[in-house]
Design a protein around this ligand. Sequence first.
Ligand code: SF4
Ligand code: SF4
Length: 423
Amino acid sequence: MTGWPLAEDAPNTADLAKCVHCGLCVNSCPTYAITGLEVESPRGRIHLARAVAEERIPLTETVQEHWELCLQCRACEAVCPSGVPYGQIMEKARAQLQAAPPSKSWGRTFRRLVLRQVIGRTRVLATLLAPVRFFARSPLRKLLRASGLLRFMGPIGLLEAQLGRPGRPFRPNNKHEEGDVALFTGCVMGELFGDVHRSTVRVLERSGTHVFAPRNQTCCGALSAHDGDLEEARRLARLNISAFEASSAKTILVNAAGCGAAMKEYGDLLEGDSKFAERAQAIAAKVLDFSEYLVGRTLPVGRLPAKVTYQDACHLAHAQGISTEPRTLLGAIEDCELVETDGADLCCGAAGIYSLLQPAMSAELRQRKALEFAKHKPDLIVTANPGCQMQYEAAIREAGIEARVLHLAEFLDEAQATSTRSP
Ligand code: SF4
Ligand code: SF4
């Protein structure tokens, strides 16, 4: 017997049993750091999952709230000596919430609708984000900021603070193009962070790698998976697998930490799908993060006189185990002073759409980062995930800090271009 309402996507009992309650993970957990509550720690959340699985407690709204406050940052998984696959457990626990009362709440229904019908549909997303890009560079934005009205506009005010100055979109090629290294363009990433993709391409070209963006690729599915909509995450994964299989790519390069982590785990996501299981493993094995690919290659000299802090993206550091590679790339830039802040690997509170769903916890984590930035006064804040970039934009805006937020690719691109221009 089991207390899970969706048996086919229930957390694996053997995975849950791996937790020996040692507590070595709790001090890495951002929600535990803020609340000090066992139920807001990884150990507490796993304990609740076991109790539900064994039908010792029902899947109440209170249990659901403890899981929903989890950022799914996987800092706990990275330090767990027992190898508890916390990310997978929480995705499957969240999947249960779609079938648990009050599964028909407007909030969940609306969220699922947006993720399925907007984020997961490239054309719809492109159409809806076009006016956002226009607004970001319009006088209306300046007027709204000057009026102070944004402070009273709740999530819209937060989104405005998070919005940088998006350039042109960067979308997959419509014409058929061949090559060894393919770029994954993503959903929001391609629409609002086209400049990051263009920087990525330039940096790779300077290192001797031609990169192309195969057609028919789509959102990686990470946002849906984190929300517990594994059906939609699998749909998107299948589309991407087919798109990359149809290309000649031997390597799939990803410059968004959350997407890279999700794609490296396509094999797990589709393990029960007889048609796609092996194909998913094969595609996942080709996925590399931008910094992972670049770190062993010969790069042109870069120079950027600036004080720089690197902030780990959780799904790069904790889910993919990549934290030294970005720092190595940054450290090779001449005249760049790299400063480490406390909690650089602690979640910034962006976590996909978490900042909209859990604004209070997200704001606490954002403010912690802002305090560190105020202390160390970096000129540049560098990270490797679009959601983190948006959260840092909001952090410095709220705290009145003078700094620029860049993706690692943008930083390297600027440093290489500056170096070329230097006498
Ligand atoms: S998840 Fe891992 S680190 Fe945390 S209490 Fe369980 S066994 Fe210990
Ligand atoms: S994923 Fe992050 S927020 Fe969630 S329990 Fe683990 S450390 Fe805490």
